[in-house]
Design a binder for this molecule. Structure first.
Ligand code: ADP
Ligand code: MG
Length: 354
């Protein structure tokens, strides 16, 4: 393991910001550290950087315990949300800064800055000052500056949070490619699940200072291990009376419990459109929302409300219309876990002879 965090805790006053967190990061991986605001992401990152010291637990880089190693000796590059560029320095000097203070050889500095200008697409901008750049360009300077001293770990704390949505998407793709090219171990903090899913090789989900789950985006999405992860990742409806849903009436464990259903688990439509009508219940369309590429349906089924998607190519459904609702599967939520249950009524219909 390149980076190891073992049983790290940190309390501010009486508030436990990080609570017994342990994880490992393999060399060259891009980790998405994801969780709600106030969950402890920045504190964890600052502990990795040495800007904050843990109350208990240990941090290892390359197998060496670094608890007592000061930040500037840990070989870390840090990029923050608020550009934090030096306003009075041009792009070239900003990128060169980390090398200049280390009193690197002048030729060496020039060569490295030139290389980074190319790598980050900033060639031609080297004489500009931060106020003459767009938000996206400033963040690229911040990357180049962090990378200049060849850190072995790159830490990014919500680097795109202050940038508008379209540019943010472009920067994500750019960043993922850049990091893959350089091959540097990186931790990317975000509260935006789409950003984490798109960028990360592996995700760490934190909430209230605890690590809820670690794994590749697809695994976290398809197999959430905790109730929190099941509700936080993906778009989900919380179902208070899952034992009333068609197909799940005989699951004793659902009595008095809750379930989470994602829109992609639900098929809504006219009878002939549904793959297994006998496994479906009747429901009523309450609202239809236009979501750009598809429609989102809000549907009443008995005492429960579920969301489903509908393609724009299909016949439109209107509020008030009676429809068939097939719940393919759901997550049963308990205090500690999220267990997926399949609808057992989904059996192949009899073949039709024409
Ligand atoms: P995140 O980055 O996930 O939003 P933080 O790590 O910044 O969360 O904060 C976690 C919790 O710790 C928050 O409740 C925050 O108010 C608290 N906290 C963070 N840093 C300090 C500090 N220096 N002093 C007191 N409380 C802090
Ligand atoms: Mg933060």
């Amino acid at each position: 393991m390149h980076i190891e965090v073992k049983h790290v805790s940190k309390t501010f006053g009486t508030h436990k910001a990080v609570s017994d967190v342990s994880f490992g990061i393999e060399r060259g991986k891009l980790i998405g550290l994801l969780g709600p605001s106030g969950g402890g992401k920045s504190t964890l990152l600052r502990i990795l950087a040495g800007l904050e010291s843990p109350d208990s637990g240990d941090v290892y880089i390359n197998g060496k315990r670094v608890n007592d190693v000061p930040p500037q000796q840990r070989g870390i590059g840090f990029v923050f949300q608020n550009y934090a560029l030096f306003k009075h320095m041009n792009v070239y000097d900003n990128i060169a800064f980390g090398l200049t203070i280390r009193k690197a050889d002048k030729k060496e500095i020039t060569a490295r800055v030139e290389e980074l200008l190319d790598l980050t697409g900033l060639r031609g901008f080297e004489r500009r000052y931060p106020h003459q750049l767009s938000g996206g360009q400033r963040q690229r300077v911040a990357f180049a500056r962090a990378l200049a001293p060849r850190p072995e770990l790159l830490l990014l704390d919500e680097p795109f949070a202050a940038i508008d949505a379209k540019v943010r998407k472009e920067l994500r793709t750019w960043l993922k490619q850049l990091i893959a090219t350089i091959g540097i171990t990186s931790v990317f903090v975000t509260h935006d699940q789409d950003e984490a899913v798109e960028v990360a090789d592996e995700m760490l989900i934190v909430q209230q200072g605890r690590l809820e789950q670690q794994g590749p985006p697809l695994a976290v999405y398809t197999a959430p291990q905790t109730a929190f992860v099941a509700s936080f990742i993906g778009h989900s409806s919380v179902i208070e009376k899952p034992q009333l849903l068609r197909g799940f009436e005989h699951r004793a464990e659902l009595n008095g419990g809750r379930a989470i259903i994602r829109p992609e688990f639900v098929e809504v439509g006219r009878e002939r459109e549904i793959a297994y009508p006998s496994a479906a219940a009747k429901g009523t369309i309450r609202h239809v929302f236009f979501r750009g590429a598809h429609l989102e349906l809000d549907v009443q089924v008995g005492d429960n409300r579920v969301s489903a998607y509908r393609s724009l190519d299909q016949e439109p459904l209107k509020p008030g219309e009676e429809v068939y609702v097939l719940i393919h599967r759901l997550y049963h939520i308990t205090d500690q876990s999220a267990v997926m249950l399949e609808n057992p009524l989904k059996v192949d219909p009899l073949p039709v002879h024409i």
